[in-house]
Write a protein that binds this ligand. Sequence first.
Ligand code: PEP
Ligand code: MG
Length: 591
Amino acid sequence: MAREILQGIAVSAGVSIGKAFFTNRRRRSVSFEIIPPGAADSEVARLEQAASDVRENLARARDNVPAELRDHAAIINSHMMICQDPKLIRAASQRIRDHHIAAEWALDQAVEAIAAAFSAIEDPYIRERVQDVRAVAERIQARLVGRHAEPLRTPDERIVLMAHDLTPADAMGLPTVKIMSFATAEGGKTSHTGILARSLQIPAVVGVSSLEESITDGDLVIVDALRGLILVDPDEAELADYTDLKYQFENYQKSIRRQSTLPAETLDGYRIDVQANIELVEEVPQVLDGGGDGVGLYRTEYAFLNRRTSPTEEELYDEYSQLAGLLSPRRVVFRTLDVGADKMLSEQSQLEEPNPALGLRAIRFCLRHQDVFRRQLRAILRASAHGSASLLFPMISGLHELRQAKHILNEVRAELDAAGLPYDPDMPVGIMVELPSAVLISEALAQEVDFFSIGTNDLIQYSLGIDRGNKHVSYLYQPLHPAIVRSIKYVVDSAHRMGISVCVCGEVASDPYCLPILLGMQIDAISIAPQAIPGIKHILRRTNMEECKELLRDVLSASTVSTINRMVKETIYNRFPEELTFFSSMLDQDD
Ligand code: PEP
Ligand code: MG
């Protein structure tokens, strides 16, 4: 038996076996220690040593930045300079001598003094540079207490990455070819880092209890990202079983890939579009190879993360027109910037919102920062001349917000007309339905847009009041909660009554247990992680629409999640008993 088996949430299917490596552990609070009077010199030396170690680690990280991410190396250079900045290190050393406090505490005080001075600066770009100082100080503090905050030390070795938490921005900066799989202590069923892992085809388990307590660097672990388990120090029999499962999983993936370009049509002839959710242009080949009918959701915010300044209109136009061109004649749906919550721009972290998921996120941010919004709309419109593009506004809560966004869009169109710049005047405009308020007024909203895209990741979060990234409440994050099933059905019916199409673009659509329910509602399209397309098409092509409708009728008459989950599992499992081993599901496994 393994020394320990830890339970988490499987968010990106796969199996891997390898050595654990922690990239970050929980940020411990700074120890507010007083040092003995004669210890100041050695404390200053300790601080200087830690700063110099961090500088060296940063230099190594900079040298290992892959060629395609070279632009980001400038950030590392500036962090290296902060490690030597007298305003930080000399000021902290002075505090150690003057107040006899430990280096960690002195560093904290020096950062606060810098932050206070910066807060008076008017230019927001310069003002927010204090975030870099904080980041570097945290690294030095981590070094002082002997934590691993340095980037990967053994670039030749492939590892199983462990972390307390990874933001999508962190995950984008990782050398993905070195990472077999990852596991984090934080995170929920649809947190964005998990979504990114699927895009990068890295098996991942998040929300793993006692990950940091049970595993140390170098431990042999099995990551079972089908059932959400981490086996620490497995025995011979477990290693043999999992090597076998990994092999079967990879074979299954290969076999379904061979048929993935066949149409997404049920046995009785009901056809839908299976599109992809992507974050990076680099994912397009995977979409096309996997038989995707275009991109149903391009999460444009990823190009805004990990940068010091927002991209220019020309940079965005290059990115978007390249995407439209690569996918043409297939459609690409550009979702306007959905920042906030776990995808913070540096401007937003300045706001220190107490509850960012309910804060200035997505369309709210864009309506407040119209310069960014208009720049993006111009770039998307201009790119529409190069292929088949649609526009999607996220997190619309009501008609007024939608009309404001459309009004700005019209103004941008007029600007392009005046400048003689070409764009597609008929580019369809849709909204994400992901707030309960949008569900309830979906019929009115449907009269003012060309299509709906139902974002179940957020719809579940906001309808059930469950933070999608919080593992403590992930047991309540139930995609087939009767309220969710009824909400989706209500939106599909409103859209169809008003003659517009509906796509479901949340993770639910790639869950083989949930898909038949959506099919029973007669949705027009799904948009899912590119990695999931072949498997879901394979299931869909052996499904019967009449059976889906019958299952939906039964589900709608049930009033508890556990009854629905049991009912669905029984039906689907009976149909696909073997294949389901190769899928992870958002449904609770013990119902
Ligand atoms: C959703 O909310 O379901 C969705 C697809 O968007 P995101 O996951 O980017 O919030
Ligand atoms: Mg969303």
